[in-house]
Design a protein around this ligand. Structure first.
Ligand SMILES: [Zn+2]
Length: 168
């Protein structure tokens, strides 16, 4: 909210922000922040989320409890996804159809999880593989790439044009 949104606004761009709804306002840290940074990073509040929506951004589900969907049974996963979608709608008035599963790598998902997301009404399923999407697109295997602090502007523009993965 305080880093990406102002940069996007400066560039006249909007984005989809994926939120783990049960983490909002819980004060609980994300495990990956503790593991990678050794500290908790403050989560957004619902006011922050509403400000993003008002600024034209999309809000997507990152599950409710930031679960590893590959280790979650179908019934629990369905309940978690429904909880996240309902929470987003309750707090923003918008019913999302976008899902980015936590951790994002191949080992963190399964065909059953993709099927569950499809049944739950999600229009897409985003992975965290840093690659470019090529046609024909599979909306249930959308790769995401992001700039990071070491990436030059030229490298980022090349990535957007489909010139390779974002690693490095
Ligand atoms: Zn995550």
């Amino acid at each position: 909210m305080s880093n990406a949104a102002p940069i996007l606004e400066f560039c006249g761009m909007t984005a989809c922000f994926f939120v783990s709804t049960a983490m909002i306002g819980s004060g609980l840290p994300f495990d990956h922040d503790i593991e990678q940074l050794g500290a908790s990073v403050p989560a957004m509040t619902w006011d922050d989320v509403r400000r993003l929506v008002a600024a034209g951004h999309e809000i997507g589900s990152h599950t409710a409890r930031h679960i590893d969907v590959s280790r979650t049974g179908a019934e629990d996963l369905r309940a978690d996804l429904l909880d996240s979608v309902n929470s987003i709608e309750q707090h923003t008035g918008v019913r999302t159809r976008f899902l980015a599963f936590p951790f994002g790598r191949r080992q963190h998902t399964s065909e059953a999880a993709v099927a569950c997301a499809r049944e739950a009404g999600f229009a897409c399923y985003c992975w965290a593989e840093g690659e470019t999407n090529y046609f024909p697109l599979d909306p249930y295997h959308l790769r995401r790439c992001g700039p990071h602090w070491r990436m030059t502007t030229h490298r980022f523009l090349a990535l957007l044009d489909g010139w390779g993965a974002s690693s490095g």
